[in-house]
Design a protein around this ligand. Structure first.
Ligand code: PGA
Length: 255
């Protein structure tokens, strides 16, 4: 049985002070032993706050991005070693905004995934098609290509060391979530692909759905056979809303 994992991607939101009050509130609402994994991914400027507030709690934290190179002339970027110093357990790799706005291609994403694993951190590998690609019947071909490129060199000893977030680009931040049956169709194909690539370990890799997940639709996604969690942007910016989504995951798996 795969344990659900719900992750908050704050994107470029929240000062360190706002992060602190959010995280304190989150710890008030999350019970001591939540029946799922919770991860918050703040901006790099608030990772120290996450470490200060969340260390020793049942909520983990992650980085939204980190460069694979150990150090160097990468103005404005942060390295894996730097985010690891702030206690992160997870690193988002290949988010569609990074791919589209910062020119991260499949080769860069592959290097990030590999370096993240080498740093003993868990990559949350984001894959997903654009609206044009879906309408052109190419959704699976695009996602399969992203998976094959990003995971080409990866050996997976332990399925909990990898997460795949299926995030159709047209559903991100638009309020227009995928239809649950389409999300299951893609998650099922991703699962099959992972099993083909990694054998039985692939069956244990958690697959998240992301794209306009809200408290009122979370349960529909989190109850799907191959969806084990959610990657949440906008609706994760409020701690009560984020926890409601997580509760949807728990309710869906307890049906
Ligand atoms: P959204 O973002 O929940 O605001 O659609 C999801 C994401 O970008 O991971």
């Amino acid at each position: 049985m795969r344990r659900p994992l719900v992750a908050a991607n704050w994107k470029m939101h929240k000062s360190a002070e706002e992060a602190e009050s959010y995280l304190r509130r989150l710890l008030e609402v999350v019970p001591n032993r939540p029946p799922l994994d919770l991860v918050v991914c703040p901006s790099a400027t608030a990772l120290h706050v996450a470490k200060g507030v969340l260390a020793g709690s049942h909520v983990a934290w992650g980085a939204q991005s980190a460069r694979p190179e150990p150090e160097g002339a990468f103005t404005g970027e942060v390295s894996l070693a730097q985010v690891k110093e702030h206690g992160v357990s997870y690193v988002i790799c290949g988010h569609s905004e990074r791919r589209a706005l910062f020119g991260e291609d499949d080769a860069v994403v592959a290097r990030k995934v590999k370096a993240t694993l080498a740093a003993e951190l868990v990559p949350i590998l984001c894959v997903g098609e654009s609206l044009d690609q879906r309408q052109g019947g190419k959704a699976w071909a695009v996602v399969e290509g992203q998976l094959a490129a990003a995971l080409a060199d990866v050996e997976l000893g332990n399925p909990s060391m990898l997460l795949v977030a299926y995030e159709p680009v047209w559903a991100i931040g638009t309020g227009m979530a995928a239809q649950p049956e389409d999300a299951q169709d893609m998650a099922g194909r991703i699962r099959e692909w992972l099993v083909g690539r990694f054998g039985p370990q692939g069956a244990g890799v958690r697959i998240q759905y992301g794209g306009s997940v809200k408290p009122d639709n979370a349960r529909a996604f989190l109850g799907l056979a191959d969806v084990d969690g959610a990657l949440v942007g906008g609706a994760s910016l409020d701690p009560d809303s984020f926890w409601k989504i997580a509760q949807g995951a728990v309710a869906a798996t307890q049906r």
